[in-house]
Design a protein around this ligand. Structure first.
Ligand SMILES: [Zn+2]
Length: 235
C-alpha cells in the first residue's frame, strides 16, 4: 500500500514506542488556581497511563516522561492562542518551546535527548479559555517539534480522553468521524465496526475506550496492514 499519511514517520512524535517526553504548558490570561491545574495534570497522567497500557497490549513498551511549565508559576507568553474557526496556527509548539528557552528546530531532538533522555517528544498546551482544540502533526520530512493545544473552560471542561485523541494525532492517527477528510459513510461504518474507537468518538470512560486496528497500525503499535484501511486514509 502507498504511503499516504507520513506523520507516522516524521516530527518529534513518530510512533507510540519507547521513551516519550511530554512538555505540558499551562497558559492563562487570568489567574488560574493551582488546584485546578493539578487536577488537569492528573488527566494528563491518566491519558499517558492509558496509552502505556494500550501499547502493552500490543507488546510495546511506552514510558512517558513529563516536563511542566506554568504549574506553580504562571508561564509568561504574550497571547494565549485562540481558535474557534478558520485556520489554526501551525507553529504553536515552536513558539512555546522558544519561550521556554529551547533552541531551534534543527537542534531540538538533541536538546530533548539531553534534557529528558527521550528519543521522542511532544508539546501539550492547556489553555484556560474557550476554544477548539487541535493537533499539529508534522507531515513533511522534519524532526521538528509536534504539538497540540486543548482548551479548558467552565462550559467545556478538559477530559483525559480528549488528550488521548490529540496525542494519537501526533503519532499519526487520523480522525474517524465525519470531517473534511472523512465521509459520513465512513463515519457510519466506523460506528458499526468500532463505536468506542478513540479517533471516532472519544466521549466514553477510559475503561471503555478502544482503538481500531487502523489506529494501532497508524501509530506504529501494530505492523498488520488490512485492506479496509485504505478507505479511511486521506489521499
Ligand atoms: Zn481529531
Amino acid at each position: 500500500m502507498k504511503v499516504y499519511y507520513p506523520s507516522k514517520t516524521t516530527g518529534s512524535a513518530k510512533k507510540l514506542e519507547g521513551s516519550i517526553y511530554v512538555i505540558t504548558f499551562f497558559v492563562s490570561e487570568t489567574p488560574w488556581p493551582l488546584n485546578e491545574k493539578m487536577e488537569l495534570f492528573k488527566f494528563v497522567r491518566d491519558a499517558e497511563s492509558w496509552l502505556e497500557g494500550k501499547a502493552k497490549e500490543y507488546g510495546k513498551t511506552v514510558r512517558f516522561v513529563n516536563g511542566v511549565h506554568g504549574l506553580f508559576e504562571p508561564f509568561e507568553i504574550d497571547v494565549v492562542p485562540d481558535y474557534n474557526s478558520g485556520t489554526p496556527q501551525t507553529d504553536i509548539a515552536q513558539k512555546y518551546l522558544k519561550a521556554a528557552g529551547c533552541p531551534s528546530d534543527t537542534t531540538y531532538p538533541a536538546w530533548i535527548k539531553k534534557n529528558s533522555g527521550c528519543d521522542q517528544s511532544l508539546v501539550f498546551i492547556i489553555a484556560n479559555k474557550k476554544g477548539r482544540g487541535y493537533a499539529n502533526p508534522i507531515c513533511w520530512e522534519s524532526n521538528g517539534p509536534e504539538g497540540t493545544i486543548l482548551y479548558h473552560s467552565e462550559e467545556n471542561k478538559l477530559i483525559a480522553s480528549s488528550i488521548i485523541h490529540e496525542f494519537f494525532h501526533l503519532f499519526g492517527a487520523v480522525d474517524l468521524y465525519e470531517t473534511d477528510v472523512q465521509s459520513a459513510d465512513n463515519s457510519a461504518r466506523m460506528e458499526i465496526m468500532y463505536p468506542k474507537e478513540v479517533m471516532h468518538n472519544h466521549y466514553f470512560p477510559l475503561a471503555e475506550l478502544e482503538i481500531s486496528p487502523l489506529t494501532a497500525w497508524l501509530v506504529g503499535l501494530s505492523e498488520k496492514e488490512e485492506s479496509w484501511f485504505e478507505t479511511f486514509l486521506p489521499l
